[in-house]
Design a protein around this ligand. Structure first.
Ligand code: DGJ
Length: 329
């Protein structure tokens, strides 16, 4: 098992830098799978796996410009390409290949869940045309295995809404929700997904209206649903805030601050609940100008009797037998 230092450049078992930004970790069987953005070359999303959450083995680039595409029965466009006049428009093309040298799209904040009914691993992410952030769509992909080649099912505007920073939350009863900001990042939407997790069934809530929250992270603790979010400031860090509710469609408490005013120079990516019950905050330590040297920060969340939460900065840590351990420098 290895000690990890927050904000350092973490490498996989082959010594290569881990590119899994804005992602998520899920435990499938005995393995933790870490999915995240990898913008190198022709790659969109990479997958690593680990038994202990500290030693990561590269598995696959699960979504690339060469990924297979397959339309689903729902309204999705498989590609946005630039036409000869330089305009962007939806084109129903069965490939995700680079159509022109400028047209590698942006796939951000990929999240993966397993659907017990269809036995598919389903990914949702934020889709942009690669030139600007005006597209504001969600996109979906799926695979039969956690680290296989995912099939891209296209991008769309959930129920007509803009959709940028996003996450998935799978509840204890198997119902899955897509949480994404809408109306030019003004509001946060909570959508219930269809049973196959491939589309949106309905809006269950619209929260933080006109508060410009992004980078949503949702988890459950003591029968309460918590959401961490950041404010919108591009790659620059800002104050993380949290809210909670008794149900996803219920009333969410007023946003409260946690961590410091720049969230220790991070932005929320996801959380993970360890087998022992501890919940960890995973943040991206963005290197805006040099995106490819962005790194990660993992910190244990603290819960108080009045349901408030917080987290403090720790330089180095280890995870042993399902417990986060602070390491003295
Ligand atoms: C902040 C978002 O949270 C990131 O995922 C990314 O979209 C950057 N903005 C881009 O500026």
């Amino acid at each position: 098992m290895g000690n990890l230092t927050n904000k350092a450049q973490w490498v996989d078992t082959s010594g290569n830098k881990i590119h899994a930004h804005g992602g998520c970790i899920q435990k499938f069987g005995d393995w933790y799978y870490w999915y995240g953005e990898n913008r190198m070359d022709d790659i969109y999303v990479s997958c690593y796996r680990s038994k202990d959450l500290t030693i990561w083995e590269y598995r696959n680039n699960i979504l690339t410009i060469h990924s297979k595409t397959e339309a689903v029965k729902y309204e999705t466009d498989l590609m946005l390409v630039r036409d000869k006049d330089g305009d962007y428009g939806p084109v129903h093309e069965l490939n995700l290949n680079r159509v022109d040298p400028f047209n590698k799209v942006n796939i951000e904040r990929p999240k993966v869940v397993y659907n017990e009914k269809t036995k598919k691993y389903v990914m949702w992410a934020h889709f942009e045309n690669g030139v600007n952030y005006s597209c504001a769509r969600a996109c979906v992909a799926s695979c039969d295995t956690p680290d296989g080649d995912f099939v891209f099912h296209g991008s769309f505007s959930p129920l007509g809404n803009m959709s940028r920073d996003c996450t998935l939350f799978k509840d204890d009863d198997g119902t899955c929700y897509f949480i994404s900001n809408a109306r030019d990042n003004m509001d946060m939407m909570i959508y219930k997904l269809t049973e196959d997790y491939l589309s949106v069934e309905k809006v269950v809530n619209k929260i933080f209206v006109s508060q410009n929250r992004e980078a949503p992270v949702v988890f459950k603790h003591n029968n309460l649903y918590y959401m961490l979010t950041s404010f919108c400031s591009g790659w620059e860090p800002n104050q993380c805030m949290y809210s909670y509710a008794k149900s996803l469609d219920g009333e969410w408490k007023q946003l409260e601050k946690c961590a410091d005013e720049i969230t220790y120079d991070t932005q929320p990516a996801f959380s993970i609940t360890l087998d022992g019950g501890q919940i960890l905050y995973f943040g991206d330590h963005w290197s805006g100008g040099e995106y490819f040297s962005s790194s990660y920060v993992v910190l244990p969340l603290e819960f108080y009797n009045d349901n408030s939460i917080d987290f403090k900065y720790v330089n180095s840590f280890n995870i042993e037998n399902g417990k986060y351990l602070i390491k003295e420098d």
